[in-house]
Design a protein around this ligand. Structure first.
Ligand code: BMA
Length: 855
């Protein structure tokens, strides 16, 4: 705290002292005056808190930018060193006189000892937990000294590695010594098949000092007992810590507020014994505004405020945003195998979305604005679910609040992925603490839909050859460990702390690799189109009950590649490109699959463009297949939404926030109403898929056969009823009948769905041939650009068919209302381009790509 903060806090004290003996808590953020030093060194340099050692070293030019070129290698020494962070702050007499002073550290990464004024106040050993330390006995009037000493997470566990007797699988750990599994630290930070290795350390989440009187609210949970359209019954559950040594009578008030004229307050007198007290205050709401997923209505949120008053003074208060809803996961044996779907507010919901990985290799760089933007993107792409994957982190509170506000359900993994793990008593204890901390932190969120024990460990144990790799005894030990962690400890914790939420031991529930039969059972991961090198059409026959992972890679666009590579590196297999491709079959497989569908271009830049187009169309094929097959299949979460650094990966949005073609294709394939033509044997079938909650009578489908110059050769129409929440086959005839005498290489079907009032509900294009076999013209596209405030409005018009138009704008993070789209002959389209920095028309430059222009 600086002098100014101190003066302010004294002023507050004087004012409130006149009113009552007690005051509201005073929260002092401790994010200033930090310096850091390598242990063994004497040089202390300015540090950023919350932060990481890599970011601090980078800020002082003591390491090169790890994201650039092949610098990753040059920064690896950092993980083997120990690092110290220290700060000092001033505490005044009044603050010292208060009943409690608690140092709250929301996250230390990872092995850290914390000292305050010469006293050791904390041993931390788990990145995923926050700490609250009573520091009143060691605080001093005047200057106080706080120091955090981090030990290398890699070196810390070397003795465990040395005595374990076998090495855990952990194949994504990029070090020859696979230490990651021993430490409760984000698995991806040790490297992944899309991830840079930055096994960093630091004070990665906020730090604050809180002074308070009488009692603190340690936890406030609005537990939803029952919710229906008529009535919601909730229980306000609080853990209140009376820090005095006497029993205190207090008044607990809960206010719940939806809007200015929809607000209610209830209260009760409570006796707080010294120490922890559990208090409950039930409440009910008639005709509640229900929280609805994206696409189904408003994600309505109530504001709940709990406050504790003693002797007329409010001594504690906490607020929660509460979405009232029911979410049920139905995983029942049925005639096919085992179902897996989400029922939200009583209606089965087809889940549309993606897997989320940590948004940065250096986590404190993910600001609330970045989370906000991610959820704007997710919502815009018509998604209603994200899976927080088990190799990353339990995300920041902001993440879940944004999910609540945008109607996005969250599938939450516990942080275990792709390897077996230890299960010794200390490890189990750490996991127990971590589970308790995070379940309690997240359970109040409306968006939180389920818990899952881990990512792909069960599958790994059964089908990734681990059984052969280890002795029978070791493998049996691993199986025991699996049961202890994922079938006993974690479900027990969920049952105890969050009993209404669904828990599943692993994703996929059954092992899928090489076992299509398992796709009849619960959720599945389909890696056929990547690790199995199958064509995208395999999505049509590999239909699971719920697809929780499937993916195909693409390079990010050139402006992102240019942030880490030079002209000389622009080659598929150059050392720099390979350093930014962590999946072993990566770049070669992209080229191989491209050859199935497209002419593989010679120029690197064209290859990047066609690769983006390939990923978008290929993945869209999967999304459409999954949706078409509802209700047998009830979910489609692709791998992966985002990137943690600039890299070639399966992502739909690159590190700088640029949408790849895949994200635009998701927006189309996940639209509430989808019209979809698909070849089934010799027939071409037209399906209508609706995720809406109401039927639409008298819709009409028009199918036009058109050539690439815009001439219409045939037209069919069909009227019918679009049934809510369903997929229905509407038209079916042999391919030859649709095509007539026209040439498959230069014809398309334009499908349009119209409502009774003539409004277009959906449209789509079907091509009879792969792009490589098509006679694609190079269309003349006319463009006109207008400035509208901070936005650019661009209108495009084409003479002949222009496929997969990509408007390339060399500004990072710029947003387009649409991109990577087809323009039919004669069609005109206006899109709006915005950027956070504000685009100026003068500086605005762009380049147009179209598939027909690639040689
Ligand atoms: C799945 C994920 C990740 C991985 C991805 C691509 O298995 O769970 O572990 O990054 O495949 O291989």
């Amino acid at each position: 705290m600086n002098g100014k903060d101190l003066a302010c806090s004294l002023a507050t004290c004087i004012v409130s002292l006149t009113a009552s003996a007690y005051e509201k808590p005073q929260v002092c953020t401790l994010h200033t005056n930090w310096t850091f030093c390598q242990v063994g060194d004497t040089l202390w340099s300015e540090a950023k808190v919350p932060g990481t050692i890599h970011q601090d070293l980078l800020n002082h030019n003591r390491i090169p930018n790890p994201f650039y070129g092949m610098n990753e290698e040059a920064v690896q020494w950092v993980e083997n060193e120990d690092w110290m962070y220290r700060t000092s702050f001033v505490v005044n007499e009044h603050q010292l006189s208060r009943d409690a002073a608690v140092l709250e550290m929301d996250g230390l990464d990872t092995y850290a000892d914390v000292y305050l004024n010469g006293a050791l106040i904390l041993h931390a050993d788990n990145m995923f937990v926050g700490h609250k330390i009573q520091v009143k006995p060691v605080l001093r009037k005047g200057v106080n000294h706080l120091l955090v000493r981090f030990r290398s997470a890699v070196k810390e566990v070397l003795p465990q590695l040395a005595t374990n007797g076998f090495e855990y699988p952990a194949s994504n750990d990029h070090s020859p010594w696979r230490t990651s599994v021993y430490t409760r630290k984000a698995p991806y930070s040790y490297g992944w098949d899309w991830g840079i290795r930055l096994a960093t350390c630091g004070i990665w989440r906020p730090v604050r000092l809180v002074f308070s009187d009488v009692a603190r609210i340690e936890d406030y949970y609005v537990c939803q007992k029952s919710v229906s359209a008529n009535r919601a019954e909730v229980d306000n559950r609080l853990e209140i810590n009376n820090v005095t040594s006497r029993t205190v009578t207090a008044l607990l008030k809960v206010n719940y507020h939806y809007s200015a004229n929809d607000t209610k307050e209830i209260s009760k007198r409570i006796e707080l014994r010294p120490g922890e007290n559990t208090v409950s205050l039930p409440a009910s709401i008639d005709n509640p505004h229900l929280w609805m997923p994206n696409g189904w209505g408003e994600p309505s949120l109530y504001k709940f405020t709990a406050s504790v008053t003693v002797d007329g003074a409010e001594i504690a208060r906490q607020e929660r945003e509460v979405g009232l809803r029911t979410i049920r996961v139905v995983m029942d044996d049925d005639e096919y195998g085992k179902s897996f779907y989400f029922v939200v507010n009583g209606r089965p919901m087809f889940a549309k979305g993606a897997n989320f990985i940590p948004d940065d290799a250096l986590l404190p760089n993910v600001t609330p604005q970045r989370y906000k933007r991610i959820f704007e993107d997710v919502k815009a792409a018509n998604m209603n679910m994200l899976r927080v994957w088990g190799g990353g982190i339990y995300e920041d509170d902001n993440f879940y609040s944004e999910a609540d506000r945008n109607g996005i359900l969250i599938w939450q993994d516990f942080m275990f992925a792709c390897s077996t793990y230890p299960h010794d008593p200390l490890f189990i204890k750490r996991v127990e603490t971590e589970a308790e901390y995070n379940i309690k932190r997240l359970r109040g969120h409306a968006s939180l839909a389920m818990w899952c024990g881990n990512n792909e460990i069960y599958e790994g144990m059964r089908y990734w050859g681990w059984k052969r790799k280890y002795t029978a005894e070791t493998f049996a030990e691993m199986e025991r460990g699996y049961d202890v962690l994922f079938r006993q400890l974690l479900p027990k914790m969920v049952e105890r702390l969050d009993s209404s939420r669904f828990y599943m031991h692993s994703s996929p529930y059954e092992a899928n690799w090489g076992r299509p039969d398992s796709w009849k059972i619960a959720d599945s991961h389909n890696w056929g189109t990547w690790h199995g090198r199958k064509p995208f059409e395999s999505f049509d026959s590999s239909i699971p009950r719920f697809m929780s992972e499937y993916g195909f890679q693409a390079f990010p666009e050139m402006k992102t590649i240019r942030t880490f590579a030079e002209e000389k590196d622009f080659e598929l297999e150059s050392p720099v490109m390979n350093a930014h491709q962590k999946a072993d079959i990566g770049n070669a497989l992209i080229k191989q699959t491209m050859g199935l569908y497209y002419k593989v271009p010679a120029r690197f830049e064209d290859m990047v463009y066609v690769g983006l187009v390939l990923q978008g169309h290929g993945m869209r094929h999967g999304m459409e297949a999954h949706r078409r097959n509802r209700p047998y299949c009830m979910g489609s979460l692709f791998w992966q939404l985002n990137d943690s650094w600039p890299v070639v990966s399966w992502s739909a949005i690159d590190y700088y926030g640029n949408w790849k073609a895949l994200m635009y294709q998701s927006k189309r394939a996940f639209a509430p109403i989808l019209i979809n033509a698909i070849r089934e044997d010799n027939n071409l079938c037209v399906y209508l898929i609706s995720d809406e909650l109401h039927d639409r009578d008298d819709v009409s489908i028009t199918v036009e056969l058109m050539d690439f110059d815009g001439k219409t050769h045939s037209r069919w129409t069909c009227n019918g009823r679009l049934t809510a929440n369903s997929s229905l086959l509407f038209m079916k005839k042999p391919v030859g009948e649709w095509l007539g005498k026209q040439d498959a290489a230069s014809s398309l079907l334009h499908l349009t769905l119209k409502a009774k009032n003539g409004a277009t509900l959906a449209d789509n294009v079907y091509y009879f041939a792969y792009p490589k076999d098509q006679k694609l013209p190079e269309a003349s596209i006319e463009t006109s650009v207008k400035r509208r405030g901070d936005e650019i409005e661009m209108t495009l018009k084409t003479d002949r068919l222009a496929r997969d138009i990509f408007i390339e704008v060399p500004v990072q993070g710029v947003r387009f209302t649409d991109n990577f789209f087809d323009l039919l002959p004669g069609q005109r389209k206006t899109i709006v381009i915005t950027s956070t920095e504000g685009l100026s028309l003068k500086d605005f430059t762009f380049r147009l790509h179209q598939l027909g222009g690639v040689r």
